[in-house]
Unconditional design. Structure first.
Length: 664
């Protein structure tokens, strides 16, 4: 579903970018989800497309939102709400890449509105990879060639409940909860050949690796809202507790001198790692809106977030010529705890000037306190900092259906556990990856000028924007003290500027035909004196979607997305191509439908190619994602549906995270 939204892109691993950036936040029904915060690509699998009503893209969020998400915010609006009585839906779909079941049951009786959903599914994806690297040292040039195949699979269950109760006029209480559990594993065989001018450093081996991960996310939210006889005046108090914990690990057998995997008993080296990342989050928030006349209002609010997370991991190793049992290597384990407290206050003044001009000025003050404890090295640090995040916009109405809007915002990115975790993952030959607990937050200033117009059945939105980050958190690749090994971590090493122009339009050539499309063009500048990097260049993407309603309740649709390679701080990211065709038949009085979708029918796989170039090495990597797929779906709806009222919500969208799975 996100692939079809403007300004969004999804790669072969399910990782999402917004306006070319992975730094954004996703809300569900305008509230945060611990599942999405910890592991977006994995969590999105648990939300069936059949349950999504719309996807909203907010490029310049006001001060009421947390300061995080420098590219903006994505709000996924789910279908919910009922008339008096009950309604619901059942759905099932299956294909060669995933299978899922989804259901919902809702009812309204008097002053009580109850909603619920239960979903489960499984996914399975093969892939192949190739890496070629040249390393430069005083001894000469060394070469790494590596290729492999992998097969990943997993499953998930996801359930939600919600209760809205209006005990009296102007008073409402909302309770909401969700539980999500996911797990998966990946089997990977890699052949590795390393040649060096120093013959003693040459290596040839095959490594068979099994990776495992799982996660549990539980969330509970309570809201009290008080309205008044004065229109638009409102006060609310919200509280939330979230548990988000995950485990990760790998086992591998290495076969020295062999070009194919052998039996475990023939391994020359074995390694096993297990770890977990516990997490808890408490939030309390209050918001107040006071109208100041017909065209003006004042919004103020307070918020506090108490977070605790960490990483506990062990590594066991075995050289088979030393014995038959794995033994823990205490030098490579980690025991790390991290707490983060955020207190915030905001104010927004919105007003109108005449009948055509509206404007808003706001600011948010956030204090962040951190306490990090490295138990394995007996060291601690506890920094704190204040951040002022101003924003505002002005919108001028050019006509009945067109307007011009200018906006500015400053936003902050705080790294989450995926970026901070100091555990050193050495499961991939020639690479060691780890987080950086000493990362500073990054600040981004955004400027946007947009034009929106509607003419009959055609709508067009065009925008020019500039985003600048002076202390950007970047993934960096550095040579290690071990010849032929590259270390990958994160650091505040870059100044990034994005100059962007995008257009998105929708039209109806006929009452039965819908078309939407939009190009996006960016000029990107990434500079880092410490990395001796100055990367700049153009990239672009195009999104196209169309559907046509045929007689007898048939519908056909097509979708396509393509992008040029991206500009990274040390090289270039992959280009992308994704397209699909589908058809749907509705029957049983429009209460049921069956649909068939085919993805990338003319390409069995897509090659995601990336390059890294540094003074110490040059590298080319290719990941082949098998994207050709089909899916057959059936859905049945009973009762009557309508959009439910918007729930008040907590929006903890102030940490940077992501990734396709849990890990060190």
């Amino acid at each position: 579903m996100l692939r079809k939204a403007p300004l969004l892109a999804v790669d072969g691993d399910g990782n999402v970018t917004m306006r070319g950036s992975a730094n954004f936040k996703v809300l569900v029904n305008n509230k945060p989800s611990p599942t999405l915060a910890r592991n977006l690509a994995e969590a999105l699998k648990s939300i069936p497309a059949e349950q999504i009503q719309s996807v909203e893209v907010i490029t310049t969020p006001p001060a009421k939102y947390d300061g995080e998400g420098t590219a903006g915010i994505i709000n996924i609006v789910l279908k919910k709400g009922t008339k008096q009585g009950a309604n619901g839906r059942l759905g099932i779909s299956s294909g060669n890449r995933n299978t899922n079941f989804n259901s919902a049951l809702n009812f309204r009786q008097g002053k009580i509105n109850f909603t619920s959903s239960a979903n489960a599914g499984a996914w399975y994806n093969p892939g192949q990879s190739e890496t070629y690297r040249l390393g430069y040292s005083p001894a000469g040039t060394d070469t790494l060639r590596r290729n492999g195949s992998n097969y990943n699979k997993g499953g998930w269950t996801y359930g939600t409940v919600g209760l809205d109760y209006d005990p009296a006029e102007h008073h409402s209480i909302t309770l909401a909860g969700s539980v999500n559990y996911y797990q998966g594993q990946g089997d990977r065989d890699l052949f590795n050949r390393f040649t060096s001018p120093l013959a003693a450093s040459n290596q040839l081996f095959t490594r068979a690796t099994k990776e495992v991960f799982n996660g549990l996310n539980v969330e509970g939210t309570a809201t009290y809202t008080r309205t008044f006889t004065q229109a638009r005046k409102e006060w609310s108090v919200l509280g939330q507790y979230a548990l988000n914990t995950g485990t990760f690990g790998y086992d591998y057998n290495q076969f020295q001198g062999s070009s194919i995997p052998l039996g475990a008993a023939e391994a020359s080296y074995r390694e096993r790692s297990r770890g977990r990342t516990p997490g808890h989050e408490f939030t309390l928030q209050t918001d107040f809106t006071q109208p100041l006349g017909e065209q003006s209002k004042l919004e103020v609010g307070l918020k506090g977030i108490l977070r605790s997370t960490g990483s506990l991991a062990t590594v066991d190793t075995l050289r088979t010529d030393y014995g038959a049992n794995l033994r823990e290597d205490p030098r490579r384990g980690t025991n790390f705890s991290y707490t983060q407290d955020v207190e915030a206050a905001y104010g927004i003044y919105s007003f109108g000037v005449g009948k055509k001009l509206t404007a808003s000025l706001g600011s948010r003050l956030e204090r962040t306190g951190i306490n990090a404890d490295f138990r394995t090295t007996n060291s601690k640090f506890a920094p704190s900092y204040l951040t002022v995040l101003p924003n505002g916009f002005a919108q001028y109405k050019l006509g009945e259906a067109s307007s011009l809007r200018a906006a500015y915002s400053r936003r902050i990115t705080r790294p989450n556990i995926d970026y901070l975790n100091p555990f050193r993952d050495a499961s991939t030959p020639g690479f060691v990856s780890y987080g950086n607990p000493f990362l500073n937050p990054e600040l981004t200033d955004s400027y946007e000028l947009s034009y929106n117009t509607s003419v009959k059945t055609t709508t067009v939105n065009a925008a020019l924007s500039v985003r600048h980050t002076g202390n950007a958190i970047e993934g960096v690749n550095l040579p290690s003290s071990t010849q032929g090994v590259i270390e990958t971590t994160y650091a505040n090493v870059a100044a990034n500027t994005f100059y962007q122009f995008n257009v998105y339009g929708s039209l109806k050539p006929t009452p039965k035909w819908d078309i939407s499309a939009g190009p996006d063009v960016q000029y990107i500048v990434r500079r880092s004196p410490s990395l001796q990097a100055d990367q700049r260049g153009f990239t672009a993407s195009l999104n196209f979607n169309t559907s046509y309603r045929l007689p007898k309740d048939y519908t056909i649709q097509a979708f396509g997305y393509g992008s040029l390679r991206g500009i990274d701080i040390q090289g270039y990211g992959p280009a992308n191509l994704y397209y699909s065709f589908g058809g749907k038949k509705t029957f049983w009085g429009k209460k049921a439908d069956i649909s068939l979708n085919i993805t990338n029918p003319f390409n069995e796989r897509w090659a995601y190619r990336s390059t890294i170039s540094t003074p110490a090495f040059d590298q080319r990597s290719t990941f082949y994602a098998y994207q050709r797929s089909f899916r057959l779906s059936f859905a049945y709806r009973f009762g009557q549906e309508q959009q439910g009222k918007q729930r008040k919500s907590i929006q903890n969208d102030d940490t940077k995270g992501g990734g396709s799975k849990q890990g060190g």
